[in-house]
Design a protein around this ligand. Sequence first.
Ligand SMILES: [Fe+2]
Length: 375
Amino acid sequence: MKTFQVIPKISMLDTAEEFIEKFSLSPEDLVIASPSIWNRYFQKVQAGQVILIRKYGSGEPTDEMVESIKKDVTKPYKRVVAIGGGTVIDVAKLFCLEKFIPVGDLFDHVFPAVKKVPLVIVPTTCGTGSEMTNISILEFKSRHTKFGLADDALYADDAVLVPQLLESLPFSVFATSSIDALVHSLESYLSPKATDISETLSLQAAKMILTAYKKIQDAGKEKKMEAMRAEVGKVLTASAMAGIAFGNAGCGTVHAMSYPLGAVYHVPHGEANYAMFTGVFKTYMKYLPDGKIKILNEELAKILDCEKSDVYIKIEELLNENILCKKSLKEYGLRREELLVFTHSVLANQQRLLGNSYIPMTEERILSIYESLYD
Ligand SMILES: [Fe+2]
């Protein structure tokens, strides 16, 4: 049996003002927010307690961050409002639960996730798609990798898309977050759990993101920021669509293999995905070129205006020259002997994702992908 569900109600608003009016932030709310966005658009709002995420770290979400925030939340609250990127969202999802400490025990299913209060999510980057999924992903410091917890208790009640909040997004954040959304769309399309409904969303999201990249390319280096700002609302929508698709069909090997790199070398999530993406997809092509990937390549070739045999070369060119330049694993400081350690970490910790792979992933295949990306 395959299933498809969309839980959060999606609202599309133009401005922060409109959000404040429609969602009436109140003293009974716990707000977890990115400081730059909160200070710029919401500072005058009377919320109950406001947690600004940067006080707890500057990178990806960790178990230690969740436990420190929990100690600082002193007032009772009746709703959680998350306004920020992936870190804010993945952390905020946990604060809706009756119990989530010790957070390692929650992720290990020692006790169940039970929803206690409603959650409103307002994404301020354009890639995580987490506003639409039932997944929270944290880096567990002592385990040197990231884990995801997927549970319906983690769904938001409302996902609110406000393009205005992305108007000052730095290009580097646009790049890494939108590449993450592109990978969500392509991995979910190839997942064995995909359905006709999720595939439609996956393909349309990929099309919207690649079209935005082409417009940025056409604008040229000098007008790149302007072009990005013109496209960011579309990419925000595409990211939510890819979120619905991977929330149902799952992400796969690219995400699984990127987690040790992200956790050990503190590489932004979308960038770590990009480091793995073409290596994984070339391996898919090598072992099962005539399966579903053939249809995907035909569709991508139409968007990219190239031969279907060249789609991954073309995507890499488009990204490297206009969005984000791909680095080898060696450039991140990895030592060659760590490739086997990473391989074992993926096999031990990421079976949830490997189960969605387009082809079965063995130790030999994972190691050989890491090796192909090393230098
Ligand atoms: Fe992702």
